[in-house]
Design a protein around this ligand. Structure first.
Ligand code: SF4
Length: 286
């Protein structure tokens, strides 16, 4: 059986077929979490529940009975601070990571607030480029700040997995690294990531195919060609920070002062975290 974690919708028939596998259930209505809770108690090997709500975080109706569930809540915006404050005690009891969209600049402050309140959190990217200054500022806070705070993704993941001699891909933070996660829909069509699933770009079909995925040509071609951009005459191919960005922002114009500048600082921060990891924290003294 494949070791991949399978990202799937909430569909009882499909879940029944997947019950021997570790899964992430992807939903867009937090109201469904109650039903998943009952299923989880019976049979599911649940890695996470990914909830992509359209509502601000402050209006999500967090529930006491979510406490034992692994939750990744994606919300477009932070919302009203006073409303979040009222729910803070409950949120802190949950096994949760909260993701906010890079679309709104206020979310960068929202993530600092969540992190400082010891709530694990992260930024997810939209099609349009983020505010690079705000992103850089948040990254600096996530990696360099000595004040006690919860991890902010993808910065914490990359800093803790970074190897100076290789590629580091933080896509798994979003359940989108095809070496670890595969996505499947109700028709049992299999895709390498969420975007491919939404665009009907499938590599195979049928639950049984999951066990043969490592022999699947499309799967192997995709895994083996991940770094082919390095062979092309593109700006990313000659970019010194390709090994942590992996051309994730290849579509944007004017890369020098945007993605390249940000990822250059991000790589310095990852180097800093790497050295700290290897050597431990050293106290400077006279
Ligand atoms: S930082 Fe920009 S130029 Fe460099 S690899 Fe990423 S997208 Fe390409």
């Amino acid at each position: 059986m494949t070791d991949h974690i399978i990202v799937c919708p909430y569909n009882e028939e499909l879940l029944d077929k997947l019950k021997e596998r570790v899964i992430v259930i992807s939903i867009d209505d937090p109201g469904i979490i109650q039903s998943i809770h009952k299923e989880a108690n019976k049979s599911l090997k649940l890695n996470a529940i990914k909830v992509q709500t359209e509502n601000p975080l402050s209006s999500v109706a967090f529930q006491e009975d979510w406490i034992n569930l692994p939750l990744a809540v994606y919300s477009p915006e932070f919302g009203k601070y006073k409303d979040i404050l009222r729910k803070l005690n409950l949120i802190r009891k949950l096994n949760i990571r909260i993701y906010l969209s890079s679309h709104y600049d206020d979310n960068f402050t929202g993530l600092k607030i969540l992190s400082s309140l010891n709530i694990s959190c992260g930024l997810y990217f939209n099609e349009e480029p983020p505010s690079w200054d705000a992103l850089n500022d948040l990254m600096h806070y996530a990696i360099y700040s000595n004040t006690k705070h919860a991890p902010i993704e993808p910065f914490d993941w990359l800093a803790s997995h970074y190897e100076p001699t290789g590629y580091t891909d933080y896509s798994s933070v979003y359940f989108n690294d095809p070496t670890k996660y595969l996505h499947i829909n109700e028709k049992e069509q299999i895709a390498l990531n969420e975007k491919d699933l939404l665009n009907d770009e499938f590599i195979d079909e049928g639950i049984q195919s999951l066990d043969r995925i490592c022999d699947n040509k499309k799967y192997n071609d995709s895994i083996n060609s991940r770094y082919d951009v390095m062979l092309q005459m593109s700006e990313c191919a000659f970019c010194p920070v390709f090994r942590i960005c992996l051309a994730k922002f290849s579509n944007i114009a004017g890369k020098k002062d945007t993605c390249k500048a940000f990822f250059s600082d991000f790589m310095d921060a990852a180097d800093y975290a790497y050295i700290k990891r290897k050597n431990g924290t050293q106290t400077w003294q006279l």
